[in-house]
Every structure is written in C-alpha cells, then in structure tokens.
Design a protein around this ligand. Structure first.
Ligand SMILES: NC(=O)c1ccc[n+]([C@@H]2O[C@H](COP(=O)([O-])OP(=O)(O)OC[C@H]3O[C@@H](n4cnc5c(N)ncnc54)[C@H](OP(=O)(O)O)[C@@H]3O)[C@@H](O)[C@H]2O)c1
Length: 363
C-alpha cells in the first residue's frame, strides 16, 4: 500500500475520539483525518469543559479550542457529518467514537455509502440476541441490522486477526472486555480451567472509561478517595466476554469497579484449574498463545503488571500467580482503557485492514 489512507472520525470531541485523533494525526500512513461533528440540525457540540463550542469567535469549531493540548500545530476544524462530502474527499474508512445508539444507526448508512467502519461502541459487538438485548436497540431496518450484525468482526486482533483484513465493519472491543478476554483466552483454549467451579473477573477502571459527560456516579466528589463496584451481573461487557470466550454467563462473574484515577484498567481474574500444574507450564501456555502478538506482554512469574506500566501505550500486560496447591490461578491483566481498550486497538485494526504493519503509529 503506497498512497496514504483517507479516514474520518466522528466523536473526536469525546475521550476516546480525541485519543484516536491524536494517534491518527501522527500516523505515517494516514492523511490528516477529516474530523466530524454532529449533523447541522442536531445539538451543538459542547466543549470538554462545558464552555462555548469555539474560542475563535466564529462558527467554525476547532478541536484545538476544545482540547488545548492540540493547539500550536495548526487548525483541526470539525465539519458536520455529510456522506456526499466524505465521498468527495475520497474517505474510505470511518471511525465512530460515538454512543452505542448513534453507532447503531450510522453504521448501516456508512456501509450503504461504500465505506468501511471501525466502531468503538458496543453497537455491533454482540452476535447473540440474549446478550445484545441489554442495549435495547430499535433498528429502523431490522433486516440490514441483522445482516451487519452477522458480518461485523469483533476487532480483537490477538484472537480474530485473520478476519480483520477483509472486514467491512469492525466492532472494536470494550475496554474491560479486552483485559478479561486476553487474560483468559490461552487458559481456556488449552482446556486448563475448571469452568464448573466458576471464573471471577474483578476489574477496576479509571473514570475516563465512562466518557466525558459527568454523572452523579462519576462526579469528582463521588469518585475521589473512593472505590465502588457497579453493574454487578449486569454490565454490558459480560456478553462480549462470554461470547468471545465461549462461556455461559453462569461460568463467569464479572464485577467492574470505578477507581479514582483518570485512566487505566486492572482486572484480577480468579480461576480454578482442572488439575495440578506447574507455573512454568502456565507461562509457556501464555507465551505460546501470544507468540508474535506484539501488543500483549506476558510477564515472567511472579512479576505482576500494574496500571502505570501500560498507560499511554497499546499494550495489554498479563501476569499470574499460582497457589501452592497448583490448582488456583490468579491472572492480572492491565491496559490503558483509552488506548488498547479503545483508540489504539482501533488503529491496530485499521493497520490490519489496510495491510499496514500492525504496530505502525502505535509504538
Ligand atoms: N471511554 C472509554 O474508555 C471507552 C473505551 C472503549 C469504548 N468506548 C466507547 O466509545 C464510544 C465513545 O466513548 P467516549 O468515552 O469517548 O465518549 P464521550 O467522551 O462521551 O464522547 C462521545 C462523543 O460522541 C459524540 N456524540 C454524542 N452524540 C452524538 C450524536 N448524536 N451524533 C454525533 N456525535 C455524537 C460526542 O460529541 P459532542 O461533543 O457533540 O457531545 C463526543 O464526541 C462509546 O460508545 C463508548 O462506549 C469508550
């Protein structure tokens, strides 16, 4: 591939869209992305700080006015979403860093206009109705939605790398789900886990995981100096964890927590093993599974990853400890929720879709 990729981002004013924009702006194989905002007739864009859309005093909204970290390197105008304009500009790939409902309605339109899509939301991740029901989608065209649901590829490169290059729609995985799936996949594939005894994934995330709009739960006063569990047995990521790992929701208990830090996830996963095993065998199982997968770092036991090790990177870090009885395993899995859990993984997927080196723009 020689010409640079022409891409667009909708949702660049949000946390994951902003990270995505920063990654794309310095990606050597991508033209300056077309940055999109809501269509003219919808609500005006609010700034991250809740101020007026633009400090420049005119109608043009510049992303650097919203995120001053971008200022000093030129203008990053936000254009209203228009399919004809995207077509005119030769945009082939659309990133959606938008709420689930918005992505659910826009993906069919984008595909109908001949575009490929990487969607960061949960709109297209789930194949099974029993899991998807939690989103309560009301599809305008049920037949098209069903077809796209079937075709969309769950964009976890370490598991589904062979399906990504030819995908039209990539459903970028959930942030928590990425840590739990990558933490468990080698063990389950090797048939070592005793699923009947139940697996527990206890996950903790920084507050940016909830997006830029503050709520009573994510308000500074609620979060600071605190740690709270939420979504117990009901969190949306349980469905994708179960589907990707071919588990039933009775076999895994997933409990997310809100940590008083801006970003980063740590998942502690508890597994009973079917039979007694040595730590060296577990380690070689993980190393073998992730051989050649450059964005998973397997730590040498007993060293465990910490949130800070993977911050601002596209790595998912894995480590484990085996109990003296050789049958109880604790896996620790960490990532930056906005990078490997969202924007970085989206760029990794784009690289694979267009035959670009998987790590381009990410290392
Ligand atoms: N945060 C994470 O760690 C994370 C990780 C993985 C996946 N995700 C998923 O990625 C998506 C974005 O998450 P986020 O945390 O970045 O959210 P966010 O900070 O709340 O940003 C949401 C973005 O969507 C835009 N938007 C909202 N309604 C829209 C509409 N009707 N039409 C067009 N654009 C609209 C917003 O634009 P305005 O500025 O105009 O409001 C904003 O740019 C979500 O689906 C989320 O579940 C997030």
């Amino acid at each position: 591939m020689s010409a640079k990729l022409k891409v667009a981002v909708l949702g660049a004013t949000g946390y994951s869209g902003m990270e995505l924009t920063r990654l794309l702006l310095r990606h050597p194989r991508v033209e300056t992305p077309v940055l999109l905002r809501r269509a003219e007739n919808s609500n005006p864009t609010k700034t991250a700080l809740g101020g007026p859309p633009s400090a420049s005093g005119n109608d043009q909204i510049n992303l650097a006015d919203i995120f001053p970290v971008l200022s000093g390197n030129g203008n990053y105008p936000l254009e209203p979403l228009s399919w004809s304009s995207l077509k005119q500009k030769g945009v082939d790939l659309l990133f959606l860093a938008t709420p689930h409902e918005v992505s659910r309605s826009l993906v069919p339109e984008a595909v109908a206009h001949g575009m490929r899509v990487i969607d960061l939301s949960g709109a297209w991740r789930l194949k099974q109705e029993q899991h998807r029901a939690i989103y309560k989608f009301k599809d305008d065209d049920a037949a098209t939605a069903a077809e796209l649901t079937g075709k969309a590829v769950y964009g976890l490169p370490e598991l589904n790398g062979d399906k990504i290059p030819n995908a039209t729609v990539i459903a970028n995985p959930g942030c928590y789900a990425t840590t739990v799936i990558l933490g468990l996949a080698p063990l389950l594939k090797a048939g070592l886990a005793d699923k009947q005894k139940g697996i527990i994934a206890d996950s903790k995330s920084g507050v940016s995981g909830a997006g830029k709009e503050p709520s009573a739960r994510t308000h500074f006063v609620s979060v600071a100096d605190n740690l709270s569990a939420y979504g117990v047995f009901t969190h949306r990521h349980l469905g994708e964890i179960a589907e990707q790992l071919q588990l039933t929701t009775d076999e895994i208990t997933f409990t997310p927590h809100l940590l008083p830090i801006p970003r980063g996830i740590l998942s502690t996963i508890y597994v009973h093993l079917k039979h007694k095993i040595r730590a060296a065998e577990i380690e070689s199982c993980y190393r073998e599974f992730y051989k050649g997968k450059r964005f998973v770092r397997v730590f040498q036991t007993p060293k465990l990853p910490e949130i800070q090790f993977s911050l601002n990177t596209n790595y998912c870090d894995l480590g484990f400890c085996l109990a003296p009885d050789g049958q109880r395993l604790v896996i620790v899995s960490c990532e930056d929720n906005l990078i490997k859990g969202a924007a970085g993984q989206a760029v990794q997927n784009m690289n694979l879709m267009y035959g670009v080196n998987e790590g381009e723009g990410l290392l």
